[in-house]
Design a protein. Structure first.
Length: 158
């Protein structure tokens, strides 16, 4: 698409976009087929069911043509899905953890989001561990702060 593009940024639960706010009111004045945009977003995000994912809709107001870009879900969303919890909390040190995940899961999340990081894999795994701690998760039954990455070198080199 060429020319002036109107961009609409939103967070959508995978496969559950709707024509209601915030998408419908943003698309309505542009004259684009809202139902078609919603259908396409839901089709593109079905693999992220249960996870909020960033979506960018670009619309050419003259031609009513649109493009949709699906971003990578935020790390806390991926961690919550992996731990099978709906909500985390930052008071795990006081109230106990809300869930537990494996180190393998941490490394897989780090690998899937590495392109968004300025770190190498090892550094990004530390970032994911820090996020896990901040939402109240334990890793391998331990406080993520206590994880020694040298013990999990096989995950990091693979």
């Amino acid at each position: 698409m060429r020319g002036y593009m109107k961009e609409i940024k939103l967070m959508v639960e995978g496969g559950k976009a709707s024509g209601g706010p915030p998408l419908g009111p943003a698309l309505g004045p542009l004259g684009v087929n809202t139902a078609e945009v919603v259908r396409k977003i839901n089709e593109m995000t079905t693999s992220f069911t249960g996870i909020k994912v960033p979506v960018l809709v670009k619309v050419d107001p003259k031609t009513k043509a649109f493009e949709i870009e699906i971003g990578t879900p935020p790390i806390p969303e991926l961690l919550k899905k992996e731990a099978n919890i709906k909500k985390g909390h930052g008071k795990a040190w006081k109230e106990g953890s809300v869930g537990n995940i494996s180190m393998e899961s941490v490394v897989n999340i780090a690998k899937s989001t590495l392109s968004k990081s300025f770190s190498d894999l090892r550094g990004h795994v530390k970032e994911v561990l820090s996020t896990a701690r901040s939402i109240g998760l334990t890793v391998e039954g331990k406080d993520p702060k206590e994880i020694n990455l040298d013990e999990y070198e096989s995950y990091l080199s693979g």
